[in-house]
Write a protein that binds this ligand. Structure first.
Ligand SMILES: NC(=O)C1=CN([C@@H]2O[C@H](COP(=O)(O)OP(=O)(O)OC[C@H]3O[C@@H](n4cnc5c(N)ncnc54)[C@H](O)[C@@H]3O)[C@@H](O)[C@H]2O)C=CC1
Ligand SMILES: O=C(O)C(=O)COP(=O)(O)O
Length: 528
């Protein structure tokens, strides 16, 4: 029975989708130890920001195939460990963009008009119109740090509100910024010039405590800081000090270095000019339905063997590419499986040569598929599109990628894999026909024309009379049925290869007999 564990509150629309293909267990509030103890029973885990998916949790997930993050940030998932363990991580990159952007806007407006403070005072019986005089956003300078999906939406709305928008994002081109009517600036300049600063960048080792005492010290004393991105990007003690000392005009935070916010956090001791919300950026009914459906659909698809559309840890392998290149990826994997079963000893290098039209396809997915095929013989089910590159690297296998657009061997081009190792190497080529059929077209440079089949036998032998008959008889005597046979040679009575598609695998004892046939130099049983 396929089982999915849901360990954070998820919209029912997502649960309903998962229930189409799996038993769904909802257990919110698990400790790391609880999760470690349970995860071994599950094929998939669905989370939000509340669950810490540590390396230990992932390693305890013996049958875990996918972690679905119903939201954007995956900083609560140990993605490198997931990749190493072959566990796919997916998220919903766009499902809560508007919700998070609107939360930042709500906090900016709340800061400028003291909404929470004025509300609390009025509820307590007060009527203080003087104390809560605010400022307008109109004609003020907004500094956006991180001009991605959420930052861009904030920039767009604030432009429309008459603000001047500047931004710091080292990964955005000046052209793109200009299209959004945003002027790019250095981080220091932005902090010096802006009246409002809003953070929309991920938390990474590079951005941790990015907003520190020094940067806060550059802000105007009237300027306000909003963080709806991630805790840990702002040094919270430095912020508390800056607010208390009047170094900056105010701050509003939705996210914290530690969540839930610690009772003894220095932020709790700030009396004025600070607004705190409990990580509500994505908490709209619309966003929660969007992210739940988006991620549940991906979990369902992956459990059914289909590709995911927003994989975090398969670079370059979008669902669209997977679909378009399906037969090509299948060919790469098949050739990888084949060549690895011809090659003995320690593999040191894999060359992936994309010839003719093949060279126009994105090469990275084809290389990953070839590696998956090559490593399957050694690692079985443990190897997949997620961890193939990493496993190859860990084993010191060098991967060479060669594009040869001039090759004209087949209309759709061809793909050649060559292995090199301490015991020499082998090479196989294949093509995809217009109807999607796969063909093996060379084996160690010998031309053949073979459809891959589940069980095959490949020999390298001397091209001489009688050898094909002898091999046929030996197989017949052992009740191995031959479905098809092909011989490839380059010169008469030189070396040749024979490729047999057979209905059953070759037992080891039979292989010894085959090797004993006069003229047979190598015999490799192959399972694809
Ligand atoms: N409070 C909440 O509930 C929510 C928070 N978020 C968080 O908001 C953040 C932004 O999300 P999206 O806009 O969807 O992501 P995104 O990936 O579209 O944009 C992030 C931007 O940050 C930029 N960036 C990366 N490193 C940077 C650096 N050192 N300095 C400046 N810019 C840098 C990137 O180039 C990118 O343009 C993420 O951290 C996400 O986890 C997202 C949704 C809800
Ligand atoms: O999507 C994100 O990155 C968020 O921060 C939203 O977090 P949540 O799903 O509300 O716990």
């Amino acid at each position: 029975m396929t089982k999915v564990l849901v360990s954070d509150p998820i919209d029912q629309a997502g649960i309903d989708i998962l229930a189409q293909v799996a038993q769904v267990d909802q257990r919110v509030g698990l400790s790391e130890d609880d999760l470690k103890a349970m995860i071994g029973d599950y094929d998939a885990l669905m989370i939000r920001s509340g669950t810490q998916v540590t390396a230990d949790v992932i390693k305890a997930g013996g049958r875990l195939r996918i972690i679905g993050r119903a939201g954007v940030g995956v900083d609560n998932v140990d993605v490198p460990t997931a990749t190493q363990q072959g566990v796919l991580v997916v998220n919903s990159p766009e499902g809560n963009t508007i919700a998070a952007a609107e939360q930042a806007l709500a906090l900016m407006l709340s800061l400028s008009r003291h909404v929470p403070q004025a509300h609390a005072s009025t509820m307590a019986g007060g009527w203080d119109r003087k104390k809560y005089v605010g400022n307008e956003l109109y004609k003020k300078v907004l500094g956006v740090v991180g001009l991605g999906k959420i930052g861009s939406h904030v920039a767009r709305v604030c432009n429309a509100m008459g603000m001047e928008v500047i931004a710091y994002d080292p990964f955005i081109s000046a052209d793109r910024a200009q299209q959004m009517q945003v002027r790019l600036s250095s981080l220091e300049n932005l902090f010096e010039q802006a009246d409002y600063i809003t953070l929309h960048l991920p938390r990474t080792p590079d951005t941790e405590n990015l907003v520190n005492e020094e940067l806060l010290g550059k802000m105007k004393s009237t300027a306000r800081l909003v963080n709806c991105a991630r805790g840990g990007i702002i040094d919270e003690s430095a912020l508390a000090d800056a607010l208390k000392a009047g170094v900056i005009g105010g701050a509003a935070l939705d996210v914290y270095a530690q969540e839930p916010l610690a009772t003894d956090s220095p932020l709790r001791s700030v009396q004025e000019r600070l607004i705190l919300t409990p990580h509500l950026g994505a908490s709209t009914t619309e966003a929660q339905e969007n992210v739940a459906v988006d991620v549940a659909e991906q979990i369902r698809d992956v459990l059914l063997g289909l590709p995911a559309r927003s994989a975090v840890n398969i670079p370059g392998l979008s669902a669209e590419i997977m679909e378009r290149l399906k037969p090509h990826l299948q060919l790469a994997e098949t050739l990888g499986l084949l060549v690895s079963q011809l090659s003995g000893g320690q593999l040191q290098e894999l060359e992936v040569r994309l010839q003719g039209e093949f060279a126009q396809h994105p090469s990275q997915p084809l290389v990953i598929a070839a590696l998956k095929g090559v490593l399957t013989s050694a690692l079985g089910d443990r190897i997949n599109y997620v961890n193939a590159s990493l496993e190859a690297k860990g084993r010191g296998i060098r991967v060479l990628e060669v594009k040869d657009e001039t090759s004209k061997d087949f209309a759709g081009g061809s793909l050649q894999l060559t292995t090199r190792g301490d015991q020499g190497g082998h090479s196989v080529t294949g093509a995809v026909f217009a109807n999607g059929d796969l063909r093996i077209t060379t084996i160690d440079e010998f031309p053949v024309n073979v459809s891959p089949s589940r069980h095959m036998l490949l020999t390298r032998h001397r091209d001489m009379p009688g050898i094909i008959g002898q091999l046929g008889s030996v197989l017949g005597e052992h009740n191995v049925n031959i479905a098809s046979m092909q011989v490839g040679r380059r010169i008469v009575r030189g070396d040749a290869v024979m490729v047999l598609s057979i209905d059953d695998p070759i037992p080891p004892s039979l292989l010894v007999t085959i090797h004993a046939i006069n003229g047979i130099k190598e015999a490799h049983p192959v399972t694809l």
